[in-house]
Design a protein around this ligand. Structure first.
Ligand code: TXA
Ligand code: MG
Length: 327
């Protein structure tokens, strides 16, 4: 986060939030669709605007660690260790909820997800707001997450979303890492902006990797393939597999585009070079998928990026975005 970001006047955002309206907020990961977490009717507007199933829990965003006890109880020491190490930042902690936290936020579970985002505008908004802001990513359910204010504007009508705070392009570009600490046992539920290794270093122990509940539900209901997804079919695979598909489809008159790690000089159809550095790749992937989605291609062909710990969150997202995987 650059410390030169100037903070706009936040009074309109605060007024809307207190009146139970939605506001688009920048975070370092992706933009959020925020509502006052203490007003169930306001949180319900998030689900309606996104077309999201009501039983999916939403993350409550707070200014900092001093607000943990407003929302969670029986907080293990490990939560304070992680919050002190990584907040404000791209880490969400799942903890036992306080009794007052509404079912609209928790999806009816006895846990709550808490995160202190690092973007200076939203950090200041949260500080002035004082409470918590329930905020999922500001996209239609299943669609690509937004990393600019303009992306958010494309997802909702002016009636649904009266104000978007423009904080520029998101620096991290993929969602926060989610760690459950319920019962004092650390579990990685979603890889993201903070690496598993960094978390393990702070905790001094290895953590298990579980798939999160929402993705388990998506698997069960067959919706997995539509998560984080562009509208144009996306195929993920090795370069050799994609080159075969691309030349076949191209000669059938289809408009294809190849997204590769290296420029390929021999092909006759459009290509886009993806970054070789995982930080830059994460910053660009959602914006790239959105842009190509608007260019009337029939098929997006994405080369599987390298393996390795720094690529974990990227693999997680593009695997869910892809309609099909080739080897
Ligand atoms: O980076 C982020 O986390 C972004 C920005 C806006 O903060 N937010 C985000 O929210 O990605 P969303 O709603 O798109 O994803 C939140 C994930 C979901 O998979 C949800 O199931 C999980 O967090 N989650 C939230 N509360 C939970 C809880 N109490 N227990 C288990 N999972 C929870
Ligand atoms: Mg999301």
């Amino acid at each position: 986060m650059s410390n030169t970001t100037s903070i706009p006047d936040l009074s309109q955002a605060l007024t809307l939030l207190r009146a139970g309206e939605l506001v688009g907020i920048p975070t370092e990961t992706v933009y959020g669709l925020a509502a006052d977490a203490s007003q169930p009717a306001a949180v319900a507007k998030i689900f309606a605007a996104k077309g999201r199933p009501n039983d999916h829990p939403v993350i409550v965003h707070i200014a900092g660690v001093e607000q943990l006890t407003d929302w969670a109880q029986n907080i293990p020491d490990s939560a304070y260790q992680l919050a002190e190490a990584f907040w404000p930042g791209p880490l969400t902690l799942i903890l036992e909820r306080q009794a007052h936290v509404s079912d609209s936020v928790t999806g009816g579970q006895n846990t709550v997800g808490l995160r202190a985002p690092a973007h200076p505008i939203t950090h200041e908004l949260l500080r002035q707001f004082g409470g918590g802001l329930a905020a999922p990513s500001a996209n239609q359910f299943g669609h690509v997450s937004p990393t600019t204010a303009e992306h958010v504007r494309h997802e909702f009508t002016d009636d649904q979303l009266k104000l978007i705070l423009d904080g520029g392009a998101c620096h991290v570009g993929v969602e926060s890492t989610i760690v459950s600490l319920v019962g004092g046992v650390a579990k990685l539920l979603r890889p993201g902006g903070i690496s598993r290794a960094a978390i393990e270093t702070v905790l001094g122990t290895a953590i298990e990797h579980h798939t999160d509940q929402a993705s388990a539900q998506q698997r069960v209901s067959g919706l997995l393939d539509s998560h984080y997804a562009p509208r144009t079919p996306l195929l993920l695979g090795s370069l050799s597999a994609l080159l075969q598909v691309a030349s076949r489809e191209h000669s059938n008159g289809k408009k294809v585009v190849l997204l590769t790690q290296e420029e390929n000089t021999t092909i006759a159809y459009p290509q886009h070079k993806m970054p070789n550095n995982p930080t830059a790749y994460a910053q660009e992937i959602y914006a790239t998928l959105r842009r190509l989605d608007q260019e009337q291609f029939d098929l997006l062909l994405l080369e599987t990026p390298p393996q390795g710990a720094e690529w974990l969150a990227i693999h997680d997202r593009i695997n869910r975005a892809a309609q099909q995987k080739l080897n």
